[in-house]
Design a protein around this ligand. Structure first.
Ligand code: MV4
Length: 449
């Protein structure tokens, strides 16, 4: 096992990683920017080091500073969390080359899956069910028009270097295609320094289902249930649940088998997530793979009893997976609400000082946060304040617990998504588990806030 892990992140995920270190008896080092001097992750870690100013490119994304911090404190591993350097293949490669273990997949895994067009092409070649669309990258309007005509409108143009909803454009009619294609390429070039795009059929009311996988360094790979992440707006997830109300045991086994095949096709290591869309006829299609621990990982932990962050660390330390596929059982139902510091109508960030914070508790309630009363939400980072996670024996019990936890939760001083969550949990369709990716848009149209 490692002696000391540098946590290259901030906020709730840094706290989550430090907790895993403590349980494993591994020392932890927090790094932080100048606005995070008093942050909870800094106080919780065994050691801490300032790595630069608030601007993330000068601190949490600053590779030389983070590696210097690892050297100064004699860390033998780095956990990147999510965001920042988590999916930076170059960073993983440099860590590998200097003998500091990157707790995550190989740099090659990150590079392959980070190129979303390449990943599609690879999965098509593996014979896996992939979203209808272009084989790989599309380089001309002519090619784009041919693919779109073949799969039929609407289509969606996605940036190869994007993912998670960044750099996407829906095209409803042929007349819009040329303009959209050129605009998408220009946007991709500006946002990612890579103009590569690909095309998919745009599904109107699918469910967004993702499968958690774990793979040890010997290549033993298991699936650890799915998460339903259909409740998103502007590609920002708001509510996630595990299991999906739309997935039964048989479909879960199928999804799991395909997700494991996808991971094994690239000799994937550590924790990862394979994203699928599920259509009304319960057919599913590979969309992309995320090569990191995800924000919503706790709901999987709650129903499987598997500590995913500890597993990440154990796998990176060379330990074999202790879990066999048949030992992975889904026990009960879990849901997560992301409490963001944002104006709920416009979904714009609302940084500021939290004058009062009270986290809910009691049976089946877990709150992953790094916030305390008096904390500042800096404008430089994401607006996540807390993740409210509940577990119940049944979906109904989980729903009741979330309604109760949302009632208990107090965040004063800034605007948050709490009131929106309270309203969604009163919605009859949501309560029945009847929703798709279009849920939030419809919800806002029906109940303008
Ligand atoms: C799609 C899609 C429909 N068709 N791709 C959103 C995040 C990213 N990881 C994938 N996403 C989607 N990709 C095709 N070809 C629907 C989504 C999607 C979504 C779209 C609009 C509103 C809410 C959504 C929630 C989840 C997924």
């Amino acid at each position: 096992m490692f002696k000391k892990i540098l946590v290259a992140n901030r906020g709730e995920i840094a706290v989550r990683i430090i907790r895993a270190c403590k349980e494993l008896g591994v020392r932890s080092v927090a790094v932080h920017s100048e606005v995070d001097n008093d942050a909870l992750h800094v106080r919780m870690a065994d050691e801490h080091l300032c790595i630069g100013p608030a601007d993330p490119s000068l601190s949490y994304r600053n590779i030389p500073n983070i590696l210097s911090a690892a050297e100064i404190t004699a860390c033998d591993a780095i956990h990147p969390g999510y965001g920042f350097l988590a999916e930076n293949a170059h960073f993983a490669e440099v860590c590998e080359s200097i003998g500091v273990k990157f707790i995550g997949p190989s740099s090659e895994n990150i590079a392959t899956m980070g190129d979303k067009a390449k990943a599609r092409e690879l999965m098509i070649r593996q014979g896996l069910p992939v979203m209808p669309g272009s084989e790989g990258e599309i380089a001309s309007t002519h090619e784009a028009a041919a693919v779109a005509a073949k799969i039929g409108y609407p289509v969606i143009i996605k940036a190869s270097a994007g993912g998670g909803g960044r750099g996407m454009r829906v095209v409803n009619r042929e007349e819009e295609l040329t303009h959209a294609f050129q605009a998408a390429r220009a946007e991709a070039a500006a946002a990612f320094g890579d103009q590569a795009v690909y095309i998919e059929k745009y599904f109107l009311e699918p469910r967004h289902i993702e499968v958690q996988i774990l793979a040890d360094e010997r290549g033993r790979t298991i699936s650890v249930g799915e998460r339903d992440c259909s409740i998103q707006r502007r590609y920002q997830k708001l509510i996630e649940e595990c299991p999906s109300p739309a997935v039964d045991d048989r479909l879960r086994r199928e999804l799991g088998r395909i997700a494991v095949e996808a991971a094994q096709a690239v000799r994937y290591r550590n924790a990862g997530t394979v994203e699928f869309l599920l259509d009304k006829d319960r057919r599913f299609f590979f969309m992309e793979m995320n090569t990191r621990i995800q924000v919503e990982h706790p709901i999987t932990e709650e129903v499987t009893g598997i500590d995913l962050v500890k597993e990440q660390i154990k796998i990176a330390a060379g330990m074999s997976l202790a879990w066999k596929q048949q030992d992975v059982k889904i026990n009960g139902h879990s849901m997560e609400c992301r409490i963001n510091a944002e104006c709920p109508e416009k979904f714009t960030p609302c940084p500021g000082r939290i004058s009062r914070f009270h986290a809910p508790g009691g049976p089946g309630v877990r709150v992953d946060t790094a916030i305390e009363t008096g904390a500042e939400i800096p404008s430089q980072y994401d607006s996540l304040i807390a993740k409210l996670i509940v577990r119940g024996q049944t979906r109904e019990e989980a729903l009741a617990r979330m309604r109760r936890a949302l009632e208990e939760c107090v965040v004063e001083g800034i605007k948050t998504t709490l009131p929106l969550h309270r309203r969604i949990f009163e919605d009859p369709d949501f309560q029945k588990g009847r929703f798709s990716t279009s849920f939030l848009e419809r919800f806002f149209a029906a109940y303008p806030s």
